[in-house]
Write a protein that binds this ligand. Structure first.
Ligand code: F6R
Length: 249
């Protein structure tokens, strides 16, 4: 294999969560002012639960930490129940000691998406960049909402969601028609600037995307394949994804 991506194969989803949460809490213990990049979706939920557990045991404080999220649905305000702001508050921020003003999500109702995207990138830079970005991966190989076709140079911008992503996200809405068709999302270049990248993938349906991310030549067809160029990127996967990678190589 030519890629430099580290791969950790865990038996179960719970083991993935324990390992990922351990890496994040260690980082924050070593540097309480860590700048974390976070994602939404089903995959990181068990990891967030482990982080909350560690915080409750007094094992880690986020009082000085700062977070940035990958993306937000375009057209949903921060008080909308399906917004990623609400997801992050209810799944993580409300249960740890991070000040909400230190948690950054793109505003899905900003008057100007261009200005919103530029100021998000500027805030990341002003904080000195992301120490660790926690990612998931889409069945089509997307990272954040960098859908197939996204260039390696892409930065935070308004993007149209692919049919695959709309279908995959419809499980969080009453019907597929309610899923927003656009999002604002950090770009591939924004992600690659993080000092460390941790991508989590669990479940059979992610096996193909992970295999492509590891072995396709880096390219826009599978945006996660661009991670091959990152000097410190680790994929933590469960057995259902891991066995596919092992067979594949
Ligand atoms: C979420 C995000 C997406 C998800 C991906 C996987 O902020 O940017 O790229 O990480 O769609 O989603 P789940 O974990 O729900 O399978």
């Amino acid at each position: 294999m030519s890629h430099k991506i580290n791969i950790e194969i865990c038996e179960t989803q719970d083991d993935v969560a324990l390992l990922a949460a351990g890496k994040i809490t260690t980082l924050v213990r070593n540097n309480p002012q860590s700048i974390l990049g976070l994602s939404t979706g089903a995959t990181p939920i068990p990891t967030y639960e482990e982080i909350i557990r560690a915080h409750r045991k007094n094992a880690v404080s986020f009082a000085e930490a700062c977070t940035f999220n990958l993306d937000e649905y375009w057209g949903l305000g921060s008080d909308h129940p399906q917004s990623y702001r609400q997801f992050m508050n209810s799944r993580l921020f409300d249960h740890i000691d991070i000040p909400l003003w230190n948690t950054h999500l793109l505003n899905g109702k900003a008057a100007s998406p261009q200005l919103e995207c530029q100021s998000f990138e500027a805030s990341i830079l002003a904080r000195g960049g992301i120490d660790l970005w926690l990612l998931g991966i889409g069945v089509n190989g997307h990272i954040a909402f960098n859908e197939p076709g996204s260039p390696v140079s892409s930065r935070t911008r308004l993007v149209e969601l692919s049919k695959d992503s709309i279908k995959a996200n419809s499980r969080f809405f009453d019907s597929v028609d309610q899923v927003p068709q656009y999002a604002i999302s950090v770009g591939v270049a924004t992600i690659l600037e993080a000092r460390t990248i941790l991508l989590l993938a669990t479940g059979n349906n992610k096996a193909n995307a992970v295999a492509r991310a590891l072995s396709d030549p880096p390219g826009s067809d599978c945006p996660a394949s661009f991670l091959q160029s990152h000097p410190d990127c680790t994929f933590i996967v469960d057995r259902s994804v891991g066995s596919r990678i092992e067979t594949h190589h």
